[in-house]
Design a protein around this ligand. Sequence first.
Ligand code: NAD
Ligand code: UDP
Length: 325
Amino acid sequence: MKKILITGAAGFLGSHLCDRFIDEGFHVIAMDNLITGDLNNISHLFSLSNFEFHHHDVTKFVHVSGKLDYILHFASPASPIDYLKIPIKTLKVGSLGTLNLLGLAKEKGARILVASTSEVYGDPLVHPQNEEYFGNVNPIGPRGVYDEAKRFMESITMAYHRHHGLDTRIVRIFNTYGSRMRLNDGRVVPAFMGQALRGEDLTVFGDGSQSRSFCYIDDQVEGIYRLLFSDYTDPINIGNPHETTIKEFAEEIIALTGTKQKVIYKPLPQDDPTQRQPDITKAKEILGWEPKVHRNEGLKIVYDYFKSLSPEDLQRKEHRDFSTK
Ligand code: NAD
Ligand code: UDP
């Protein structure tokens, strides 16, 4: 049985990856320090003999006994609200955490895939963003702690690949949504859905003319899965090119949820990218991948998921506070 280590396993993306690799017959070692994640995202796997959970901070030395075939490094705060609350930990997990996992991959002879982001393009001056674009990042702005940690992650991963011949993969993930996101993590999909559920107005930042392109979780997991088993070692964009402005998106959520609330406008956070859309030519050609789930369909699934949560689960998803950790 092939063994895979997934870091950030109790988070949104990590937990869905755990499900996929369990379904594919892998032995999954899930690692997380639970800073933004939630054990409930993976508790349904605890009774399986091919699943183990390690409560561990990957910025500390990472030990796994026995053989290891693959590593997926997904540990990192991922929402602007989260990484503004824990900026130093964000920088550490992208730098020291990545270093530890590359060292582990080298020791075990394992293939490692690291989770990068469209944020490496910053506030992009090229649209849509292709992998050749170097980006437009403000290193000292509030988002810099995340963007630069991910840029360092890519850089050190390529260095291990070139210098040590390590078998590496880099995915640049564009805005992805799905079940298990925290309602209070500040990302726009759970933010708007939480507001609709609570009967609050939807908060659009700025004038809402900034754009994003949202990818459904199952499409994202499929893209990552295909990349891991491809031979391609340069970074590759995985995301859904179907772009919308945030103002239009708020109207979509109002129509979907039937909420009687309106849109209200709040100040635009500093360095909030004005536009974002992945160029997925490479993913199509190299991985034979493209997203299948239309936004209407994906958003409905996720809204039904949030609606189906028990009051206790909703409470936990709304009020979790880790700022003192
Ligand atoms: P998430 O916050 O739900 O999950 C991140 C997980 O990492 C959490 O469970 C958290 O507890 C864990 N973690 C953080 N620091 C850790 C540490 N030092 N040691 C061990 N575990 C640690 O976020 P997500 O949306 O699932 O994002 C997962 C990965 O995907 C991140 O690396 C993120 O940068 C990347 N990504 C996500 C998106 C997206 O749209 N969801 C977009 C681009 C990139
Ligand atoms: N946004 C918004 N209202 C909210 C939360 C987010 O208008 O309540 C905007 C945010 O300013 C950004 C976009 O939605 O322009 C996407 O934000 P998110 O945090 O989901 O992702 P990112 O900015 O990292 O792409």
